[in-house]
Design a protein around this ligand. Structure first.
Ligand code: GDP
Ligand code: MN
Length: 402
């Protein structure tokens, strides 16, 4: 589960990670008030207005309606509301959002931390994630902060430092020092970075996260180490033991059909083809998508209704698939192992009647326990549903109908 930058920073702060302070706002007036509060708290006179969306690249991204970037600097309190207005409710397009962009509902008003001083501010990259191949967490760091890490990895892989953490002994002092040293730090900044890495690792473990990415981590001109950006990816499978974190979920950032599917216990991924499909079992679902392509169609989705398909799950699946206007036909492919085909067939007929007005052809392929009985129920229903027992026939039917 992804969360916003301002939420990520709150979590980090709770674990003692030093951050660029900020206050979230959803109107230009609230932005002005936030800036005032921030001024009282930190003494800052310059502010950064940052769009809060679940995507990176905001600094270089553009708001369609106003041409503003997604991260902008305000050099006085008075500039803050207008700059917030240029971003709020706009559509921000970045290299991570796709051309359709994302609507900005909130902005983070943050203190400016790039002020001049005895040395230049310096941006670093720091992340912690699970290395599945090695079966342990890895800390990745780079002197090339603020840049797209994929680009760094491709062009100058030697500039990425990796430090693997032994799960039995945890993060060791020498490892944090090794990273800070490799980043070229010394004195106060070196100590600050070591502390930063330890707090960050504690936060990563404490929240059961699957990824933390701080890009950039800033060494300020007076040698403080701060998280300027924060991307936290929480492990969905651990949310049951983090009720407070589960509440940070922002459904407006997620695909509505995928949200509805998750609520009905279905595994649904929207794709951009023309043949919807509903299948029991992930492997069979993938094979079904291949069959759709083979017969000249393009899958409109991946949908696994799980091992025990019944009338309710079939109906929920139908409704979700039919929300997609691109769908020209639906292929239901169920293998009756534990579930009986006649039960599924009844479920399909019942769901069809409940939904009403389905004006696209539906092909139902039932195989396994009671397949013949299932096919009979479909054929005798009088509905615009085609039955097939053999997958080859189902594919031929898809081809004919699209
Ligand atoms: P992203 O573009 O979505 O990754 O957003 P970031 O939070 O990483 O911010 C993008 C860029 O904005 C940073 O790399 C900085 O160059 C700039 N920025 C962020 N905070 C400040 C600040 O306090 N002052 C100034 N001058 N620039 C900042
Ligand atoms: Mn960033």
């Amino acid at each position: 589960m992804n969360i916003h930058e301002y939420q990520s920073k709150e979590i980090l702060k709770g674990y003692g990670v030093t951050i660029q302070e900020g206050i979230v706002a959803d109107t230009p007036e609230a932005a002005a008030a936030a800036a005032k509060e921030l001024n009282a708290k930190t003494g800052t006179e310059w502010y950064v207005v940052k769009a809060q969306i679940h995507a990176g690249g905001r600094g270089k991204g553009t708001v369609n309606e106003t041409g503003s970037h997604g991260v902008v600097l305000a050099k006085s309190l008075d500039e803050v509301p207008a700059k917030a207005k240029d971003i709020l409710n706009g559509t921000l397009v970045t290299h991570q959002t796709g051309p359709e962009g994302k609507t900005v509902n909130k902005v983070l008003i943050a203190q400016d931390v790039y002020y001049p001083g005895e040395s230049d501010p310096k941006e670093f990259y720091l992340s912690i994630l699970l290395d599945r191949a090695k079966g342990c967490n890895v800390i990745m760091a780079s002197t090339e902060g603020g840049m797209d890490i994929e680009t760094v990895a491709e062009n100058t892989p030697e500039k990425i430092i990796k430090e693997w953490i032994d799960p039995a002994v945890g993060l060791q002092g020498f490892q944090a020092r090794k990273v800070a040293f490799a980043l070229g730090l010394e004195g106060e900044a070196f100590k600050g970075m070591v502390k930063f890495i330890f707090s960050l690792y504690k936060a990563y473990l404490g929240t059961d996260s699957s990824m933390f990415e701080i890009n950039p981590v800033l060494k300020t001109s007076d040698n403080k180490i701060l998280a300027v950006d924060a991307k936290v990816d929480l492990d969905d499978n651990a949310l049951f033991r983090h009720k407070d974190l589960a509440e940070l979920r922002d459904l407006s950032e997620e695909d509505p059909a995928e949200v509805e599917a998750a609520q009905s216990g279905l595994n649904y991924v929207k794709l951009d083809g023309n043949v919807g499909c509903m299948v029991n079992g992930a492997g069979l679902a993938m094979a079904t998508m291949d069959i759709i392509k083979l017969s000249g169609g393009e899958p409109a989705n991946f949908l696994d209704v799980g091992g025990s398909a019944n009338a309710q799950t079939v109906e929920a699946g139908f409704r979700i698939i039919m929300k997609d206007p691109n769908v020209k036909a639906i292929l239901i492919n169920i293998f009756g192992g534990i579930v009986r085909c006649d039960r599924v067939a009844n479920g399909v007929v019942e769901a069809y009647k409940n939904i009403g007005e389905i004006n696209i052809p539906i092909i139902v392929r039932l195989q396994g326990t009671n397949a013949e009985e299932g096919a009979k129920i479909i054929e005798e229903s009088g509905l615009k549903v085609y039955s097939a027992i053999v997958l080859k026939d189902a594919a031929a039917k898809v081809k004919e109908l699209i």
